[in-house]
Write a protein that binds this ligand. Structure first.
Ligand SMILES: Nc1ncnc2c1ncn2[C@@H]1O[C@H](COP(=O)(O)OP(=O)(O)OP(=O)(O)O)[C@@H](O)[C@H]1O
Length: 319
């Protein structure tokens, strides 16, 4: 299918353009561009050290990119000239009745979560282990509650606005606990939960911030096959039932190929492939990168693969 006909080109929630991140002499991400379709599950894959986490850190404001633009369209179709004007203006975002667009490379991490609507989880689980599962989800809504208290002691005084916000926060936390199948563990300390449950609790915590884009860094790491299958179901339901777009880094190809609408492949900080699961899995460059052949040998492997696929008539066909 031509690139422009894909959902990620027609209605992108996120556009990463010419992103470069250098650490001293090391170029971790090199002039990378890709789109994330609204309502899609998009996977960022690639061998170890390819630059995937660095891209995540740039999108979520943990790193300021050396170069490039990262535009998040929270709602509405945003005409290209609106983004061009915003870029020239030096402002961080443009919010009107019709649209809301944010230039994430200009924003602090907490603003990216709070205002733009991007939430993330980490490779290493970062829950508050001593707090209960429910409390972890309430803490995620702390800023909302602070606003409801007008940043005063309104909470302590039990002002009606604060009480309403606190009740809504609890309702949302309970609802997400139910959806990730952890309601019966609500009052248990997070650290006491099995590993797979902690991963789902982290995802629920991110969702409590009401994101439009959920970024998951290796959500299947350390899960057994049953837990991986449950994760697939959860991610599909986040996309289908809640309309949240998902961008994930994942090494588990069962998860990636099973649920992704769109896959972007990195190697040495550059994009080497971009397409659907069936397009990417049959791309010789991807196969070569995963086989770990040297750059000089890629063309040779490609030629071999072309001969092989030509001989068998194989055209991918992941789904
Ligand atoms: N803060 C940093 N300072 C210096 N170099 C860094 C930093 N963060 C990442 N790098 C380097 O950038 C390159 C890309 O790393 P990154 O962690 O983004 O890759 P990755 O694709 O996420 O790898 P993995 O799959 O192993 O997690 C690596 O060479 C890494 O050593």
């Amino acid at each position: 299918m031509p690139y422009e006909n894909h959902n990620w080109a027609a209605d992108p929630v996120l556009s990463v353009e010419h992103l470069t991140m250098r650490f001293g002499g090391l170029v971790a991400v090199d002039d990378l561009s890709f789109d994330v379709g609204r309502g899609d599950i998009t996977a960022l894959i690639g061998p170890n050290g390819a630059g995937k986490t660095t891209v995540f850190n740039c999108v979520t404001g943990f790193y300021k990119p050396t170069e490039g633009r990262i535009a998040l369209r929270r709602n509405g179709k945003v005409p290209g000239d609106v983004i061009a004007d915003l870029t020239k203006s030096g402002r961080q975002y443009d919010e009107t009745k019709e649209h809301a667009v944010f230039l994430l490379e200009r924003m602090a991490d907490f603003k990216i979560t709070e205002i733009a609507g991007v939430a993330r989880t980490f490779q290493n689980i970062r829950l508050f282990g001593g707090m209960t599962a429910l409390e972890n989800l309430l803490v995620a809504q702390h800023n909302k509650l602070m606003r409801a208290s007008n940043y005063t002691i309104g909470g302590l005084l039990g002002l009606p606005g604060y009480r309403r916000a606190a009740a809504a926060a609890k309702e949302m936390a309970v609802e997400w606990l139910r959806r990730v199948d952890l309601l019966d563990r609500a009052d248990d300390p997070a650290a006491d939960l099995p590993y797979g449950d902690q991963r789902r609790l982290e995802i629920a915590r991110a969702l409590c911030t009401n994101p439009v884009l959920l970024c998951l860094d290796e959500p299947a790491a350390g899960l057994n096959p049953r837990e991986s299958a449950e994760l697939n179901g959860l991610l599909r339901s986040i996309r289908d039932d809640h309309g949240v777009s998902v961008l994930l880094i994942e090494h588990d190809m069962g998860v990636v190929m099973g649920i992704s609408d769109h896959i972007v492949v990195l190697d040495y900080g550059k994009k080497i492939s971009d397409g659907t699961a069936s397009e990417v899995r049959s791309d010789p460059k991807v196969i070569a990168a995963y086989l770990g052949v040297d750059d000089e040998e890629v063309e040779e492997v490609e030629r071999d693969l072309e001969v092989t696929s030509g001989a068998t008539g194989a055209e991918g066909g992941a789904r």
